[in-house]
Every structure is written in C-alpha cells, then in structure tokens.
Design a protein around this ligand. Structure first.
Ligand code: TNX
Length: 491
C-alpha cells in the first residue's frame, strides 16, 4: 500500500468479493452514495461483479461492503478512516466523507493489481482480513501542474486528479498564467485568453479553460476530495498578460507573445492604477470560481521588478485577495514583503525566505526544488526535465522529511507538501506522466505517513508492487533501475 497506513493488524484470513457482493451505505446520504459509486465504478469493469450501491440503516448481511460515518473517533480526524475486514464483511468507517473516500483507495489497493484494468479480468477477488487505522500527517498533500508553459486539456487534468486521489492527495495547484500563456477565461479582460492563450513553449497552439470548463474541473476534483488552488503569477511571469493588454506592461518594452523558456524578464506596471483594477477583476472572477480557501498569487522570480516596487505590490495584492474572501498562497519570495495573517509561504528556492515567513508567523508549504520538483531530471540521461536544482532519482525524491530539512522550519510550521511539475520540457500527457510517476507516490507518502514509519528499503518493495498497478492504470512511469519492478509478491 502507498501511502503506508499508520497501523495495520493482519488477521490471516480472506474476504471474497463475489457477484453477491454489494456496497451498502449508511442511510440515504448523497455524499456516501457518490463515494460508494466511485468504488463500484472502479471495481466493476475489471471484476465484472456488478457491485451495486444500496442504502441501509443497519450493518448489512455477510459478503458485503459497508461504508458508514461513525462521528467522533478523534484520532482519525477529518480525513482518517478505519477499515475492518473479516471473512464476512468489509467495514469502512470515518468521521467525515473524506475519510471514507481515502479508505476506499485502500480497499482498491488491497485487491489484486488487475482490479485497476478497465476490461474484464479473471479473479478471484480476495482481500486479506485485518484492521487498518489510518490518518494523514499533513493536511495539505498536493501536486502542481504548470498549464502555462504547455497547455494541458480538461481530460488530462481529470486523469491526473484520479491518479492523485488513488494516493490520497488532496490539493491540485494549477499554475494558470505565465510569460508563455494565460489559461483561464476572465470575462472582464477577454483578450487575456483570446490573445494571451494562443501559444505555448515551442510555438504550439496553447489553449485555455473557459470558466465553464474550469468549474467542471473544480467539481470533478471536489468529488474526489481534492481542492483546486488557482495561481495567477505576478508581478513577474506576466508577459502573456502584457502582450494582451500593453497598458499592464511595466518593463518599458512592447510585449509580444513569448514561446521560449527564459524567466525573470517580465513585470506588471506596479505603479499604475490600471494594474490594480486588472488584478482586482481577475481575483474577483477567480474567487467566484473557487470553493477552496486559497488563491495563489505567485510572486516568484520578479527580477524585472525593483524590490522597492515589489514589496508594496505584494502587500496590496494580499489585501485584495483577503477582500475577496480568500487566503493567500505565494512562492517564498513573498517573505521579502509583509506576510499578512493567514498567508502561506511556499518554500521552493531559498530557505532564508521561508524562515523569514515563519518569523512573521506564517505557515510554510514545502516544495523544495532539490527534493520535490517533478520537472527535475532523474539523472543526466533523462529525456525530459531540467536539472538546475538537482537530479532527483526516485530514492532521493522519497528520502527526506519536510520537518527535518531546515532546522528553523518545524513540523508545526508546515501545512504540508506539494510536488510541482513545471512544463517547459513536457507538453503531452505521457511525457508529463514520465516525470510525475513514480515520484508522485513518494511525495504522497511523505505527506500522509508518519516520518518514523517511512524508509526507502521498505518503500521500494511496495513501489515495485505498484508497477503493475500503474501499468494497469496505463500510466507511463519512469522504470527506475533502483526498483525491482518484476518482483510480483505483494507486501
Ligand atoms: C523556477 S519554481 C520557477 C519556474 C520554472 C521552474 C523550472 C518557481 C516558483 N519558478 O518559473 O518553471 O523553475 O524548474
């Protein structure tokens, strides 16, 4: 299982899923019904067992699966679950629906790998008996996709959302704007997408999400207990915006659409009121599309913005986000400005910035480029990726502890972990998957499993077993030589 559960007690028996098995949910709750249906939809194509979701007021008869909300098992928190499997019943309970959803991922992982195929496979469909009690170490377990350097369509995002859900991740951060493209429709500034969305790195056709499509992604993620955090990067990384509305440009040049991969050359005009009118409109429309708490305002690599302009800019934009009812996430450079209450600092490059954030009372989201960047090459022979921060082999990506990386950043200062995929070198789903997998599984485990239960030697065996699962899910993962993918025995 990945991530490794907090506690597993095996009892040595087995439960058989048969064509008599159904998924019973406690009462007529729409949310439980949807979670039960997610499990049925995942299991039915491969098993052909025709599991149905049925409401019940009592524990069901032997041979079934039972999902219930228990209320107040405080150790489990909002996302934990208890899974009790006997030879008669699979019983999953949690305080909240999110816990049930995470628990059904465990049920899937306890079944043979072929259960993940979308065509009918032969059984038997046995699950080992025992009890699992499980809950996350960090509340924020995320990944980021840069859809600005290369655009990825709605189906690509949905696919990744399901893959993240399988590993109990709960946040997807979308980097929606950069020098090379603006990817979200803003109705009050239509040229952002009409012009600024037209290309991408390498000169491809780019693209953007209409607000309707974006809401569809948000809903799809929400149904999988994943929060989407939208990012509009500013005041740098704004060439696409300036190319669409020249009055926003702060570097004195005429901005053309850009298809290269340099960073740090663009800036908004931080001293013009029109810039703040623009930002206020963007934040307002984005906040209305966002049920989640956070909006990400970037703030990284603003090399073309003078520091004396950067500081008041970041301070003012934070207040604007708060005025629209949201909290701020920003890259670690924001700590050079005033970190307002509730703003979370995303550590990617400079520990001293993150430490400055902590000193101002902020929480830190851990995305250290040397450890957690999905766009770093595995080694010098990797086809895709960059290596400005490090080469990150699968063991290196796994073998670190967010609470133990920077002495001044302690567990209580950390909201969680996020692994970003920057897309300068990848534009197709399969290319992106090659960088994301299998490292994402390690980041999921770092976010979920207590540090004292994690070690590489144990993990690499579990990861090897997930090779078959990733194949069954048609994931184009990097077959690291550090892992013995052909070993079949489940652990
Ligand atoms: C740095 S990470 C960036 C991105 C690049 C990335 C490539 C960060 C906040 N800024 O603009 O895409 O490196 O690895």
């Amino acid at each position: 299982m990945i991530p490794k559960p907090v506690s597993v007690v095996a009892t040595g028996g087995k439960f058989d899923l048969t064509d008599q098995t159904d998924i019973y949910i406690q009462d007529e709750s729409a949310e439980l019904k949807q979670i039960g249906q997610y499990l049925a939809d995942k299991l039915n194509p491969s098993t052909g067992l025709g599991l149905e979701v049925k409401p019940t007021t009592d524990a069901p008869a032997p041979g079934n699966i039972y999902l219930s909300l228990s209320g107040s098992d405080s150790e489990l928190g909002d996302e934990g679950y208890q899974l009790t499997i006997t030879d008669k019943l699979i019983s999953l309970s949690a305080n909240k629906p999110a816990g049930l959803f995470h628990g059904i991922q465990t049920i899937r992982q306890l079944l043979p790998a072929q259960v993940e195929m979308t065509s009918k496979q032969k059984g038997p469909w046995e699950i080992a008996t025992g009890t699992i009690r499980d809950y996350p170490t960090y509340g924020y377990r995320g990944s980021m996709l840069d859809v600005a350097r290369h655009f990825f369509g709605v189906d690509d995002l949905k696919n990744l959302i399901d893959q993240m859900a399988y590993y109990k991740m709960n946040v997807m951060h979308l980097h929606l704007s950069d020098d090379q493209g603006w990817r979200i429709e803003i109705k009050s500034w239509p040229n952002l997408t009409a012009h600024g969305g037209k290309t991408e790195v390498g000169g491809g056709e780019g693209g953007f999400y209409t607000q309707e499509q974006y809401s569809d992604i948000v809903k799809y993620a929400q149904d999988r207990f994943i929060t989407i955090i939208p990012e509009i990067d500013m005041p740098g990384h704004t060439n696409a915006a300036s190319a669409s509305y020249p009055e926003l440009n702060g570097n004195g040049k005429t901005a053309d659409l850009y298809t290269g991969t340099e960073v740090g050359f663009s800036t908004l005009a931080t001293k013009k009121e029109v810039t703040y009118k623009f930002i206020d409109d963007v934040i307002r429309e984005l906040a209305a599309l966002t049920p989640g708490e956070y909006l990400h305002i970037g703030g990284d690599e603003s090399h073309a913005t003078k520091i004396e302009d950067y500081i008041p800019f970041m301070n003012r934009v934070q207040d604007m986000v708060v005025a629209h009812g949201k909290k701020v996430l920003a890259w670690d450079e924001i700590a050079l400005a005033t970190v307002k209450p509730n703003t979370v600092v995303q550590y990617w490059a400079k520990a001293e910035n993150a430490i400055k954030g902590v000193a101002q009372g902020a929480k830190v989201l851990m995305s250290p480029a040397k450890n957690a960047y999905l766009d770093m090459q595995y080694d010098s022979t990797s086809t895709y990726g960059l290596h400005w921060a490090a080469y990150i082999e699968v063991d290196k990506g796994y073998n670190w502890d967010p609470a133990n990386l920077v002495p001044e950043i302690k567990k209580e200062n950390i909201t969680g972990i996020e692994a970003p995929l920057w897309s300068e070198t990848v534009g197709e789903r399969k290319e992106a998957e090659y960088l994301i997998f299998p490292r994402l599984l390690g980041y999921a485990e770092i976010g979920w499993t207590p540090a004292e239960l994690r070690n590489w030697d144990d993990y690499k065996i579990r990861l090897a077993n997930h090779g078959e699962r990733m194949k069954a899910m048609n994931i184009n993962f990097y077959p690291s030589k550090l892992v013995q993918w052909d070993v079949k025995k489940e652990k």
